[in-house]
Design a protein around this ligand. Structure first.
Ligand SMILES: *Cc1c(COP(=O)(O)O)cnc(C)c1O
Length: 356
C-alpha cells in the first residue's frame, strides 16, 4: 500500500535524539530554544514558543490574547476538530462560517457578516497547506479591532504574496508525526507581540517566571528536548520536503483525469500537506476510496464530518446549514503527495485514479 502519509526519519534525526539522551538534558532546554529560533526565522517574526502539540499551542495562543467566556471566535467548520475545540477550552464560543469551494478555506465575505459585539478573534485555518486570503482577513480584523490566530498546522513554509504563514497574526503550527515537518508530537506559536509571547511562556509552564513562584494558573505544555531534536533535524529538510511535495502535486495535476484536482491560486505558495480531489457530484466516494485502497493506493478523508455537525458541537452552536463545507465533507478525498513517493508510486496512483 502506498501510504497517505509517511514520517521521514533519517540519520540526523536519530543522532540528534541520541545526543539529547546522552546529554542528560531531556526536558525543555537548549534544543527547544533552537527549534524556536528556527521557527521565528522561518516566519520572520520576533518570537516562537514551543509546546506539546498544535492543540495546546492553539489553546495558549487564544488565552494569551485574552479570549475567554463571553467571547466569540469566528472559524471554519471544515478543519481538524482541534481548531474549534481550542476555542471551547477557553470558554469562548466558536462561530462557524462557510468555506470557499476552490480552496476549502473560510470565506472572508461570510466572516465579516458573522461579526457581533462579542466577536474577539478570527481563527482561520490554512487547510491542506494553502493559505487563506490574507489580504481580506487582516483587513476585516483591522476594521473591527479583532485578533487573528492563524491555524497553520498544515502550512509550515506556506506563503501569501511571499509572506510566511504564521506571520500575519499569531500563528500556530503542529509537529505531529504526519505534518510536513514533525517531531513525533509538538506545537509552535509564532508572534511579533511581546506580551502575547510572554503570556504563552508563562502559561506553558505553570505561570512560573521564577522557580516555584507562580504568577497565575498555568499548564504543563512544555516540549521536551527529545522532541525538539527531531524537529530541528526536520527543519533542515523543510525546503527539500516542500520542493518534493510541489513536484508530486504538479505530476498529479498533469495526469489525473477522472477527478477535479486542487490548484494553488496565483500568489499563494502552496505546501501540499494534502492533495485533495473532488469526485463529481453524485459519484460514490466510499466506493472510489475502497477501489483505490484495494489497488494499493492509500487515501484519507479530511474531514468526513464538518465540525458543526458533531453532536456535542450541535448542542453549543445549534443546527447550522453550511452547504459548501457539508458538500466538501461528502465529496473530497486525499491522495498521497508526501516527499517519499517514488516515480513508480506516482504512476500507480495516476493509473488507479484514472480507472475510477
Ligand atoms: C494537526 C492539526 C491540529 C492539531 O495539532 P496536534 O499537534 O495534532 O495537536 C490543529 N489544526 C489543524 C488544522 C491540524 O491539521
Amino acid at each position: 500500500m502506498i501510504p497517505i502519509a509517511k514520517p521521514y526519519v533519517g540519520t540526523e534525526e536519530k543522532e540528534a535524539v541520541m545526543a539529547v539522551l546522552e546529554s542528560g538534558m531531556l526536558a525543555q532546554g537548549q534544543v527547544v530554544a533552537e527549534l524556536e529560533r528556527r521557527f521565528a526565522e522561518l516566519c520572520g517574526v520576533k518570537h516562537a514558543i514551543a509546546t506539546t502539540s498544535g492543540t495546546t499551542a492553539l489553546h495558549l495562543a487564544l488565552l494569551a490574547h485574552g479570549v475567554g467566556p463571553d467571547d466569540e471566535v469566528i472559524t471554519t467548520p471544515f478543519t481538524f476538530i482541534a481548531s474549534p475545540n481550542s476555542i471551547l477550552f477557553t470558554g469562548a464560543t466558536p462561530v462557524f462560517v462557510d468555506i470557499e469551494a476552490d480552496t476549502f478555506n473560510v470565506n472572508p465575505a461570510l466572516v465579516e457578516q458573522a461579526i457581533t459585539p462579542r466577536t474577539k478573534a478570527i481563527l482561520p485555518v490554512h487547510l491542506y497547506g494553502h493559505m487563506c486570503d490574507m489580504d481580506a482577513l487582516p483587513a476585516i480584523a483591522e476594521r473591527h479591532n479583532l485578533v487573528i490566530i492563524e491555524d497553520a498546522a498544515q502550512a509550515v513554509g506556506a506563503t501569501f504574496r511571499g509572506r510566511a504563514a504564521g506571520s500575519f497574526g499569531t500563528g500556530v503550527f503542529s509537529l505531529y508525526a504526519t505534518k510536513n515537518v514533525m517531531a513525533g508530537e509538538g506545537g509552535i506559536i509564532t508572534t511579533n507581540d511581546d506580551g502575547v509571547a510572554e503570556r504563552c511562556r508563562l502559561l506553558r509552564n505553570h505561570g512560573m517566571k521564577r522557580r516555584y513562584h507562580h504568577e497565575g494558573l498555568g499548564f504543563n505544555f512544555r516540549m521536551s528536548n527529545l522532541h525538539a531534536a527531531i524537529g530541528v533535524a526536520q527543519m533542515d529538510r523543510l525546503a527539500d520536503f516542500t520542493a518534493r511535495r510541489r513536484a508530486n502535486a504538479a505530476y498529479l495535476q498533469a495526469h489525473l483525469r477522472s477527478v477535479t484536482v486542487p490548484r494553488a491560486r496565483p500568489g499563494y505558495g502552496h505546501v501540499w500537506h494534502q492533495f485533495t480531489v473532488r469526485l463529481g457530484h453524485g459519484r460514490d466516494r466510499d466506493a472510489a476510496v475502497a477501489q483505490l485502497n484495494e489497488a494499493g493506493v492509500g487515501t484519507g478523508i479530511f474531514y468526513p464530518v464538518p465540525a458543526h455537525k458533531h453532536d456535542y458541537m450541535r448542542r453549543i452552536v445549534g443546527d447550522l446549514r453550511l452547504p459548501a463545507a457539508e458538500q466538501a465533507a461528502a465529496e473530497l478525498f486525499s491522495l498521497p503527495v508526501h516527499p517519499q513517493l517514488s516515480q513508480r508510486d506516482l504512476e500507480q496512483i495516476v493509473t488507479e485514479v484514472n480507472k475510477l
